[in-house]
Design a protein around this ligand. Sequence first.
Ligand code: C2E
Ligand code: CA
Ligand code: CA
Ligand code: CA
Length: 278
Amino acid sequence: VKEQGKNNFQFYTPEMNEAVTKKMQMEIGLRKALERNEFKVFYQPQIDVNTGKITGAEALIRWQHPDWGPISPADFIPLAEETGLIIPIGEWVLNEACRQNKEWQNQGYAPFRIAVNISSRQFKQSNLIEMVSKALDESGLDHQYLELELTESIIQDAKYAIETMHKLKTMGIFLSIDDFGTGYSSLNYLKLFPIDSLKIDQSFTRNMFEDAKDAALVHTIISMAHNLDLKVIAEGVETKEQLQFLLLKECNEAQGYLFSRPLPAQEMTGIIKQQYTF
Ligand code: C2E
Ligand code: CA
Ligand code: CA
Ligand code: CA
């Protein structure tokens, strides 16, 4: 009904107006959030299921608004993408994550990868390579300790995606496909993408024991990844039973509340400090 004309406001219900107003307010808040230092990066450990050791940490943004309290990235990241604000916000997360990982290394802890989410809008930016190089240079982080989590939606422009991934790969950066199995994936692209690992989406992990089909999919993704010489990590691992199943199916890594929730840097340091093995 929106399409019927700019002036046909009678088609909007009060609820719709409220939703639009809320969205506009959130956009205004989002525009100010960076300069007001309202964002934080939390870290969630990624665990080698065979050794129990930390192999990486995913950087996850948090937004604490002074009046509205914490706002979930699931609520504001889509708006940040829509408005283009994801570009400065994403750059800030990348810089902060690289800086923090280098700091952990400087403190003498065993090095691990820091995984940063790159939205498809960020991936499409022509200065992506420059932005990533700059973050690595300024932090001094060795390139092998940066992982970029890309989603299947980058396939929309396959030629550009493959070229860009090759550039990142040449730089020595670790590449993974996030939320694998939920997007557009054409299996054909898996052989063309110069990636290192697949992240099994938590929707599959969550239902493994309720739905035999999800268990079959998890098993199939793991086997396929290994046949293609890719590592595989399961997201959203919450129970020991899930971990046991993943071990049995030879999944390499796991991430989820069973090990730890995403934590502020300082609390993550506590986990690293104890040489935490799960
Ligand atoms: P994602 O990349 O798939 O991240 C995993 C989400 O699952 C995170 O939600 C994490 O907190 C949550 N999670 C981890 N373990 C478990 C578990 O065992 N059970 C359950 N139920 N959930 C678990 P979060 O932090 O709320 O982030 C939501 C989404 O927002 C992310 O999904 C990602 O798409 C996006 N996001 C977060 N930070 C960033 C960022 O810095 N940049 C971009 N572009 N997107 C981000
Ligand atoms: Ca992710
Ligand atoms: Ca994911
Ligand atoms: Ca997700």
